[in-house]
Design a protein around this ligand. Sequence first.
Ligand SMILES: [Zn+2]
Length: 435
Amino acid sequence: MAEAALNAMARQLVDLTLCKTRYDAWDLQWYTQGPFWRRTNMRYSREYKIIPDYEIGDAKHGKTLENILDESEVLGQNLEQYKKTAKSEEMQRVDYLIDHVKNLNIRTRLLLGETFSFDEMTEGLYCLRAPACDYRKFDRILEKMNQALPGGGTVQEKISTFRRTLAIPPENLLKVIRESTQVFHEIAGARMDVTGNSMPRVRVRELPNKDMVFLSILFGYDYNHIEYERNFNLLYPWTVDKVMEYVGHEMEPGHLTYFEKRLQTMIDTCWPEMSIVSQFSTSNAFGEGSARHAISMSFDNSMEKQVEFEKEIIFKNAGIDEKYAELMPLWHEYCELEGYGKLEVSRGRWDHALSREEGARFLEQYGFAEPGTGIESVDHLAEDDGHFVAHDYSRDVVRDYFNTVAPDVEQQWKLYERICCAHVTMKGIREKVIY
Ligand SMILES: [Zn+2]
């Protein structure tokens, strides 16, 4: 009886989320509509991102944003009411549903034009609030880069030149992506209980503009298999670090593995909430943060081993001089700070504390945007304001969680696999709950 009641409330959360996609096209990252699904026609465009445009048809229609808002409030109250007499073993699930209904509620209010501070917004969507930033860390990394990077000129010029050194020539991109995908696929299979049938087909092609990184097409799934195609954009400025991010993070053992685990959990339990991964939600903030930490786990949390992989698989296939591999640990440190720099610009812009020009100047000053592209970069950040909280800050919260509760990397893998199937929230991760 209790499970049926919770299932009904979870079903309502899923329905509201599907309805909301009509006004919020990028929210749905994954959706399991049944035990299996096949794309049955080829009537789609290869010019835009196909996922998450499943054939959800009527599920999107019939509700205004006001309807969704009202229903989410009633649903939240019902869940709170339920929680008062819930059994202890149901608590994680009830809290998960409550947090996700809150995420949906805040996202709906944002879409209706309500204003929130940046921290309220990220708390509302992801249950995360990035702490105040110590800006001295940006000066320190700049100094380090100035000392370590080769070449002459200003430090911004050295960063620019080094970024170009790490560029993957388009003619070598396919080989680089294919071989890295294969290695990450093997690592995921060796470290986790995954079927091994879900390696994506990877291709490269020119997409309509250089800002699109890739285009994904889902062809189908069943319990043991996700049929997924990923087209990487030849026009995107690929560098070694971007390959690491978009192969390990976006596919296996990152998002694609998370989707596979969710799909199986949905089939094993019939819990409606396991059928969706919604971008603006606390469980997806875990998905984003853990997909980044999983890259580190893939190399036993050893930067030395990671750089060895980068050298063997990426540098060699890309034709980049291997002597620069020794600068990769510093470069990764710099990229992590770049994420935080962009987080601060997003926060400053959102809270009206920074003008567009000030944001642009800051990004260019620290080399986080190429000279002359600061404004373009600031505008790009505004397309997904909470991105760096849900990714970069989340990665650090997740990393701290894993390093605290699981002493060695073998246990981290087991834990990661378990959490992918669990009622995970960032509140639970912060409070070091064992899933
Ligand atoms: Zn991601």
